[in-house]
Design a protein around this ligand. Structure first.
Ligand code: SAM
Length: 224
């Protein structure tokens, strides 16, 4: 088998998919992730799902190129619409805004079942997504991923029905990331502080109240 390479971001997401899983990749675009999993013999079945025709065509072409049409089914669908019929064990939603991911999850009761694994990689609004997940989801694993000068966050969660209350720092950087730390976490921490510092400078210039952002920066500085 020729090596099939995908980005570190998608490779990290794929590492949380359980062996033998039935996977739904929501917002699959090119279908790189299900193709990677299928080529490595990691999954029983995958559904490569997308809302738009362009990505659906790209996914179909790529899947056929690797003769994986019997393992990966392409579906034009909005979020998790009709997901019950597919019965995925593992659901991947990567490369979308955190608020969109939260709204996709909120529109489906299927994800609120024990044993269904969610692998989420928000591009923006990470804190807001974690806030949403406090409503009954527990964090199994998290990653900070540095690639091409950018830092991404990824969380693998499952529903347990228990309400959580994360601290501000946990919402920002992730409860598991804070425990595991490591080089990529350090980069995430420094870049988060730098972003907040910029906001602080802007607020100061505009003569606005900076109490809250100063408190947030000082909390983060303690982690250095
Ligand atoms: C930036 S791409 C991410 C592709 C891939 N998941 C990744 O992380 O590299 C986002 C994809 O999500 C799709 N998308 C956006 N909203 C969606 C929705 N509500 N349901 C399904 N797919 C959606 C877009 O059409 C697009 O193909």
């Amino acid at each position: 088998m020729n090596e099939y390479k995908i980005s570190k971001r998608l490779c990290t997401a794929s590492s949380h998919v359980r062996d033998g899983a039935v996977v739904a990749d929501i917002g699959t675009d090119h279908a790189y992730l299900p193709i990677y999993l299928a080529r490595h013999g990691r999954i029983k079945k995958a559904y490569a799902c997308d809302l738009n025709e362009g990505p659906i065509q790209r996914a179909k072409e790529n899947i056929s190129k690797y003769n994986l049409d019997d393992i990966i089914e392409v579906r034009l669908q909005n979020g998790l619409d009709g997901i019950e019929a597919l019965a995925p064990t593992d659901i991947v939603i990567c490369g979308m805004g955190g608020e969109l991911i939260a709204s996709i999850l909120d529109n489906s009761s299927y994800v609120r079942q024990k044993g269904i694994r969610l692998i989420l990689q928000p591009m923006t609004f990470v804190k807001e997504l974690r806030k949403y997940l406090e409503n009954g989801f527990s964090t199994i694993a998290e990653n900070a991923i540095c690639e091409d000068g950018k830092i991404y966050q990824l969380m693998c969660v499952e529903y347990d029905g228990t309400q959580k209350t994360l601290s501000n720092v946990e919402l920002e950087l992730g409860p598991k990331n804070l425990i595991n730390k490591g080089i990529e976490f350090e980069k995430l921490l420094f870049s988060t502080i730098a972003k907040k510092q910029k906001i602080l400078n802007g607020l100061r210039l505009g003569g606005y109240d900076t109490t809250q952002i100063e408190e947030e920066i000082s909390e983060l500085e303690k982690l250095k």
